[in-house]
Design a protein around this ligand. Structure first.
Ligand SMILES: Nc1ncnc2c1ncn2[C@@H]1O[C@H](COP(=O)(O)OP(=O)(O)O)[C@@H](O)[C@H]1O
Ligand SMILES: [Mg+2]
Length: 262
């Protein structure tokens, strides 16, 4: 297995939705490749089609045209090779922490003992092995997202797709979990696609940022982040990337000067 192996090939995806009899193109000519172990961020404003793109990547949604090839096979339906991590954690409130993590291993033929061992191993990695018997409502938001991360990792997927996974968390918890994800990703060599509208998060985590524009959703620019990890958010190189991205979204225009006509 080589690290430069192509893991995902996205070819010319197009997708429209019809709402109230009116068809709207949501994604237009989306193409990109990813190598094994790469982290890319898809950065764009709300409504530009990021979640739709992720759903197509993992086979929950079908494109009108174009293909996604995951590890050599065309994606036609969801598979265990690719798991999704959501903003609202997606935990089952009636299952304990341990049972939530074991969930992904049910129906796999793995014996219950081994399932439990694996779940505990990954809960240990995210620092929650002392919370096995608690229920989701007894945990903070950050802990719940860590359970969701453990549940994704226990399946040992090739690819994890993250849809604004830290958006509901406070800054400190978010920074902490971003570091955890980097640490675990380096250990497991998982390929990650992260959807976010948070510019700092995109620069901090990814090897490459795909900047999407809306109406229709399309990749406007690809930006390689050539900084070694872990990255320093206050370093001038980091600021340089922020500036480039700010310019892409026209966020750094000076305020218009106010003219007083007295
Ligand atoms: N299942 C659907 N049916 C109809 N329209 C949809 C559906 N899913 C998303 N859309 C529309 O597609 C556009 C992009 O949505 P989405 O992919 O969720 O954007 P983002 O994740 O970037 O905020 C929105 O205008 C949304 O209303
Ligand atoms: Mg979304």
């Amino acid at each position: 297995m080589h690290l430069d192996e192509t893991m995902i090939q996205v070819n010319q995806l197009n997708k429209s939705f019809t709402n109230s009899g009116y068809s709207e193109q949501i994604l237009k000519d989306i193409s990109f490749n990813m190598t094994r172990g790469e982290i890319i961020s898809i950065l764009g404003k709300s409504g530009c089609g990021k979640s739709t793109l992720l759903k197509i990547l993992c086979g929950f949604e079908k494109p009108d045209s174009g293909t996604v090839i995951l590890n050599g096979d065309v994606v036609e339906r969801p598979s265990r090779q690719c798991v999704m991590l959501f903003q609202n954690y997606g935990l089952m409130p009636w299952r304990s922490v341990l049972k939530n993590v074991e969930l992904g291993l049910e129906d796999t033929g793995i014996p219950p003992e081994r399932r439990r061992e694996k779940a505990i191993h990954y809960l240990n990695l995210v620092g929650l092995d002392d919370k096995l018997d608690l229920f989701p409502h007894q945990l903070s938001g950050g802990m719940q997202q860590r359970v969701a991360i453990a549940r994704a990792l226990v399946m040992q997927p090739e690819v994890i797709l993250m849809d604004e996974p830290f958006a509901a968390l406070d800054t400190f918890t978010r920074y902490h979990l971003q570091n955890e994800v980097l640490r675990l990703q380096q250990k497991e060599k998982t390929t990650i696609v992260l959807v976010t509208h948070d510019i700092d998060e995109a620069i901090y985590l990814s090897d490459r940022v795909l900047i999407m524009h809306a109406n229709p959703g399309r990749i406007h620019r690809e930006l390689n982040i050539d900084l070694s990890k872990p990255r320093d958010r206050s370093h001038e190189d980091f600021q340089r990337y922020r500036k480039i991205i700010f310019e892409e979204f026209h966020l750094n225009q000076p305020k218009p000067s106010i003219e007083y006509n007295i």
